[in-house]
Design a protein around this ligand. Sequence first.
Ligand SMILES: [Zn+2]
Length: 409
Amino acid sequence: MLGQLIFDRLEDAARHSQPGPGVTRLFLSDEHRAVTPLIRDWVTKAGLTSEIDAAGNIVGRDAKALSGAPTLILGSHQDTVVSGGKYDGMLGVALPIAVIEHLLKTGIELPFGIEVVAFGDEEGTRFQSTLVGSRALAGTFDPKALDATDDQDITVADALKAFGCNPDDIPTLKRDRKNVLGFVEVHIEQGPVLEKMDLPVGVVTALTGIERHRVRIQGKASHAGTTPMHDRHDALVAAADVIHQVEGICSATEGMVGVVGKIDVTPNAVNVIPDHVDLTIELRAPERIVRVNGRGQILSALPNIARNRRVEISADQTYEAEGVKCADWIMNGLGQAIGEQGISPHRLFSGAGHDGLAMHDLCDIGMLFVRCRDGLSHHPNEAITPEDADVAAAVLIDFLQMVGPMKGL
Ligand SMILES: [Zn+2]
């Protein structure tokens, strides 16, 4: 069973980890170096040439890809968060490689080139930057990211050199968009939707857009014993109203989630009415219009809260990243391939970021999600089953055979 081979290979890869709970394998670390021969061995068994590129990606290509034929890129990231799991990222490396090996063994030839990439960094755990590998392929890599440092003050540039890569060559990694058919990533869902629906796999429709706001609520500190209840300007009570609004509006809005995840209270003392509160609001939605409308509802609720609670509230947007849509042809192909396994092709959006955010600047993207136990990720207990990996492999095998006809090749 292909699923068992993939499962076993993921166990092997997970051994390359810092000590401690779960898997910790950071970009350009000793563990990254140690896992590289293993991945290159899988790549070679699949009949692909293997190399480590200037951005620390492990890249496998078949003869058609090397000759400049239209090429489909498959892959995911090798890195993990601290004390992460065995599947986030590496599943999308091991699975397509095993699928390509299977096609080679069964004599199925595809009418286009195949490239498999194990991106060096997606999680952004080690450095204050991320997506070095996928941005390099997309041609959007900003050389300023080479100056980002880890907590030992080692720069990305120095870490790349120590890894045997030449950062000056990163601009040469830009793929020629004429030759790229698309980018397809297999990834664990990182949420509970598929498990709740009793489905092993699902088709991703979009990668979420994200925006963040910093909110300052200015009340007035005063004595907690002597100030009458009706005469207070309690910034924290107003903050509670803001949190309640964010939760209520997000709950009532299909396709949007949001959180107040950080809150600082001043003076934060047991017997003082809170003077001011700083909090963050983060909103995520795959559809821009949904997010903008949700933002509008939340921001327009703030003056009412300020009036009712007799405080001042100001809000500044601090971050915004647009979501990206998955290509119809990839969604349809994956959906059809899932249907051929006798499984309902459920569509869902990704609330997390992925390499597809960068690859979208180069080509069409699509993702296949695989059910994970308890919807858990970024955790040592992250788990999938060999049976689900087998279904995902079967879906990818069928999908790859549809790509030629779909693209007129
Ligand atoms: Zn991931």
